[in-house]
Design a protein around this ligand. Sequence first.
Ligand SMILES: Cc1ncc(COP(=O)(O)O)c(C=O)c1O
Length: 387
Amino acid sequence: MNFSSDEKRINDTFAEINLGELKKNYNIIKKRAGKRNKNGVKICSIVKANAYGHGMNEIAKALAGYGTEYLGTADYSESMILRKYLNNFSLNIPILCLGLLTENRKFFNDIAEGNIDVTIADYKIALYLNNFAKSRNKKINIQLQIDSGINRIGFGFKDGYEAIKKLTGLENLKIKGIYSHYATSEKPRNSYALRQLNDFKSFVREVENNLVKIELKHISNSGGILNYNDPFFNMARPGISLYGYYPDRKKSTEDIGLTPVMTFKSKVSFIKDLDKNQSISYGRKYFTKRRTKIASIPAGYGDGYPRLLTNKSKVQINGKFYNTVGTVCMDWIMADIGNNSGVNINDEVILFGKDYPADRLSDITGTIPYEITCNISSRVQRVYVSR
Ligand SMILES: Cc1ncc(COP(=O)(O)O)c(C=O)c1O
């Protein structure tokens, strides 16, 4: 057996990641985010959670190539992995870590060396960081997170204002940005989102008038870019839209032409002839309605295909849709292909993608497309294509 060529073989079940679609989505979002701002809007592309399952390193490198000004991560472990990877290509693009730094100094050194902007939501942490930066004769960029209503993390307006007063005195920290995050931006014309937007804007104006000018001001995620574009802000933080999905397909009114980047693919592994009234899979949750053929496909909840899709989803084989039947197993799903489909062993199966997007699956399971793509598990190979 030739092991080296075997190693390069693509597994039967894999996620095809189309960088051509990523680029298209990025350009649509960049244009859309800057629509009302004559100086344009910088993009902080969110690549946390393994780029929503698409593979953080490859996606970040591609986005850097398309011109994203920042990359957004969830924590410092992700940030360091990403920095190390990008260093291999001499890509010194700044990373904004959206997660919180703790008193644990584990990451301080890497932050100081790594062009990583630190989210600050606590003055004490800023003080530690400043002291560290001073001891190394470094200046570290920080971005202040202000909680305008999601009630998750961030300074409130009052304590934020007082903290900024003190932060301006910390010489080894540069207040590079200030940002907030919406709770309901996926809904257009939503009064809570409008309140967040206006309150945050007033707050930043007050800070800039009385305390310090701040280079980067941002609040929009994908929903914000689609529904609450405001020229006051000069950066935006899209995530899901880059990967081709709307934050809420049912409520967002406008289709701006995004295309799913991930196609989850597998192959027909086995075809079985069954008589009428034969049960399929664990728990006998499905019985054949007639004599038929059942195709077994080597993908299951172990790959991130939700078990809640049992008897509810479709798969696409040779351009035609077939119902999945029987309980989704850890490693297998089955589809009823009927008697005259012409489907053969090794035919490609599409579990979701352009023609059957992940938001169809998330509608069935009562979740959001974010969760479907994020949950594609680590055993699923990511295969990058550009077309
Ligand atoms: C702080 C922050 N900004 C931006 C985003 C990107 O949001 P979306 O994927 O809805 O565009 C997220 C995602 O959870 C986030 O937590």
